[in-house]
Ligand binder design. Structure first.
Ligand SMILES: [Zn+2]
Length: 335
């Protein structure tokens, strides 16, 4: 599959990261402008690996003319600004992501406060919340601010001399997830929207700056429903004519529809499991996460909380579960 992409001048450059997910796939696209999709985390090791990978294709960082960003996570954006400064390449990203990238540090800080409030509201003990904030702050330097010089709108065509990519906003895994669809070749640059060997966890994130401004006007206090947004995005992607998904991690995906259907079934099973626990007796999200994942609910408290809340949202949407609040903590019970 990668061999066919290579014939069209698309090369996967697997860049190491210090994270559990392993390598991140960046893509070099031999066209005019010479393009790199995603940039790896901000570290000397990753930069060296990326330079070596470019070198294998007879290219240098200085040759890059365009850098395309699939989403806001640090393993994808960390080196964007360094590469752009060295090459003079334009940086393309979804318009809503541009102010976020420009103000990276403050946005991450705000996102951490936002996550802490959600954790406390859902029964996660204060000491666990503090510990997780420290861990997150420790990771911050793997990302970096970046200046977006070309903002992209959902649905527009990003042209090259020899191809064109349809820009499609697919929020869920993160609020800024963007996929790039070559409608002629069937290639889809998917970022982390769809990954073959792991389900892309829809982490509950603070909305992008423009959306935050809109919400503050309407003063909505509802938490973002990341899993529901993600499933809606998957439904849209399922309809696309795709030959291969070139993913942000792992192997390329040939049959995106069966993989998406598999994901739908997995989320349905997980929602049913949670429903059984809630029907047994009312529980808060932290208790549900511990029932589901044991100690992982403590060490990976935010990840597992996002999982629980995402699936509870599905059950609330189906009127099978209701949310009650007592002493600032939310509890779920069968309707
Ligand atoms: Zn990601």
């Amino acid at each position: 599959m990668l061999a066919r992409a290579a014939e069209r001048g698309v090369h996967c450059l697997a860049v190491p990261t210090p994270f559990a997910v392993g390598r991140v796939n960046c893509y070099l696209v031999e066209d005019d402008p010479l393009t790199l999709v995603d940039a790896g985390p901000n570290s000397a090791t990753s930069l060296t690996a990326l330079q070596d990978a470019l070198d294998e294709h007879g290219r240098r960082v200085e040759d890059l003319r365009r850098i395309v960003v699939t989403h806001q996570h640090i393993d994808h954006i960390g080196l964007v600004e360094i590469l752009a400064r060295r090459s003079g390449a334009e940086v393309c990203a979804l318009e809503g992501l541009a102010p976020w990238l420009a103000d990276y540090k403050r946005e991450m800080e705000e996102n951490d406060s936002f996550s802490a409030a959600i954790m406390l509201r859902n029964g996660i003990p204060q000491d666990v919340v503090f510990a997780l904030r420290a861990v997150s702050a420790g990771f911050r330097a793997w990302g970096a601010p970046a200046r977006v010089t070309r903002t992209l709108r959902d649905g527009e065509l990003l042209p090259f001399a020899g191809r064109g990519w349809r820009v499609l906003h697919r929020p869920g895994h993160s609020p800024s997830d963007t996929v790039f669809h070559d409608e002629d070749s069937g290639e889809l640059f998917g970022g982390d929207h769809l990954i073959k060997h792991i389900s892309s966890n829809p982490l509950i994130s603070r909305p992008l700056p423009a959306a935050v401004a809109r919400e503050e006007e309407g003063s909505s206090e509802e938490r973002p429903r990341a899993l529901m947004a993600y499933l809606d995005s998957l439904r849209l992607t399922r309809e696309l004519e795709v030959g291969v998904v070139l993913a942000g991690h792992g192997e390329p995906i040939e049959d995106h529809r069966s993989l998406i259907d598999e994901r739908f079934r997995m989320h349905e099973r997980r929602a049913e499991k949670l429903y059984a626990l809630i029907a047994e007796r009312p529980r808060n999200a932290y208790e549900l996460a511990q029932e589901m994942w044991g100690n992982v609910a403590v060490t990976q408290a935010y990840l597992t909380l996002s999982e629980v809340l995402g699936h509870v949202d599905l059950l609330i949407d189906e009127d099978r579960v209701v949310e009650r609040e007592a002493d600032g903590v939310v509890c779920f019970e069968a309707a």
